[in-house]
Design a protein around this ligand. Structure first.
Ligand SMILES: NC(=O)c1ccc[n+]([C@@H]2O[C@H](COP(=O)([O-])OP(=O)(O)OC[C@H]3O[C@@H](n4cnc5c(N)ncnc54)[C@H](OP(=O)(O)O)[C@@H]3O)[C@@H](O)[C@H]2O)c1
Length: 313
């Protein structure tokens, strides 16, 4: 197969900008939606212009103008949507239903990758409130894709290193703690923590690969599967000194939601699923037909967690 033409929707976002760069890096003709709603956001505009300088095509289009989405979709073979879905920033996952409609109307798309990139929503039917909204909304989008018979790949990158790694998985900060670290439960639950740049690289790898057509791609690089305690030890090795470890029970952790704003509560609920329920690792990959990225693409030199942590030192 040749190099598909790719449209990235949400290209200036946290994940989106990485996907645009990964697509350009391997030479896909890359199109990025440029929304008039960016208004005076000079950072977004300058990022879009920097993509253009690197060879991307900017395509004007808006979620308030359905035909503009159809026109944008008609230019390409593959659509990757990186719509916002982290409540601490914003959560607009269901807006993608308009994009699904546009893809259906355009009728030319060989593959659609909706905004996923985290936990597999299909395995999160048991998730607690209010965090489950993320998974429920992503499942609504999946259903619309499958009802419309649009070819797809769902990419699950599990826990992003920026939110779960560098801060030693401490809530409310993206920096490593200096003295004390909260350990969730016994700290022995295995979690998968992945560099967001690697998620983008694997995402682009998958788009022309028939092995992942109509499948879910899990990104679980073996050396990045660690317990919370192992993550803290890795950081202690980097720093050459120990942190004071304070254990927090499941009950106390959940009780910490009280009085928090909605985004904070969603964050606590997600961390609960990851560190207390073990929802990143309590299943075998492949039991539902999924593929694993580091096995499919052994040529990708993914970032090992211990290397990743060194940038914070
Ligand atoms: N598992 C994890 O650790 C983790 C962490 C973070 C995120 N995620 C997942 O990653 C995905 C992407 O999240 P993100 O943090 O990268 O998102 P983000 O940076 O907050 O936003 C991505 C893009 O969404 C678009 N957008 C936002 N509001 C919009 C609106 N009203 N209309 C049209 N477009 C709008 C914007 O696109 P423009 O570029 O066009 O302005 C924005 O740049 C989500 O599915 C999220 O759940 C997972």
């Amino acid at each position: 197969m040749g190099m598909s033409k790719v449209l990235v929707v949400g290209g200036t976002g946290f994940v989106g900008r990485r996907v645009v760069r990964a697509s350009l890096a391997v030479g896909h003709p890359t199109y990025v939606l440029q929304r008039p709603e960016i208004g005076l956001d000079i950072e977004k505009l300058q990022m879009l212009l920097s993509f253009k300088k690197e060879g991307a095509h900017l395509v004007e289009g808006s979620f308030s103008d359905f035909q503009s989405l159809v026109r944008a979709v008609k230019l390409v073979d593959v659509v990757i949507c990186t719509m916002s879905g982290a409540h601490i920033r914003s959560h607009n996952i269901l807006l993608q239903l308009k994009l699904v409609e546009a893809i259906k109307e355009a009728g030319n798309i060989k593959r659609f990758l909706p905004s996923e990139f985290g936990l597999d929503p299909a395995r999160m039917g048991h998730a607690i409130e209010p965090g489950r909204v993320t998974f429920d909304d992503k499942m609504v989008v999946r259903k619309a894709i499958q009802d419309a018979k649009i070819p797809f790949t769902y990419v699950c990158g599990f826990a992003f290193a920026g939110y779960f790694g560098g801060n030693l998985a401490q809530l409310g900060t993206v920096l490593p703690p200096k003295e004390k670290v909260l350990i969730y439960g016994d700290g022995n639950t295995k979690v998968t923590i992945v560099d967001e740049d690697d998620i983008a690289t694997y995402t682009i790898k998958t788009i022309d690969d028939l092995r992942t057509l109509n499948k879910t791609l899990y990104i679980r690089p073996p050396e990045n599967v660690v317990t919370h305690k192992e993550l803290v030890e890795m950081w202690e090795d980097v720093m050459g000194r120990k942190l004071q470890q304070i254990t927090i029970s499941k009950q106390d952790f959940l009780a910490s939601m009280k009085g928090m704003d909605y985004a904070g509560q969603v964050g606590v609920a997600h961390f609960y699923q990851v560190f207390y329920e073990g929802d990143l690792t309590n299943f075998e990959i492949g039991e539902e037909g999924e593929e694993e990225a580091s096995k499919l693409y052994p040529d990708v030199k993914y970032t090992r967690l211990d290397e990743y942590l060194k940038i914070y030192a």
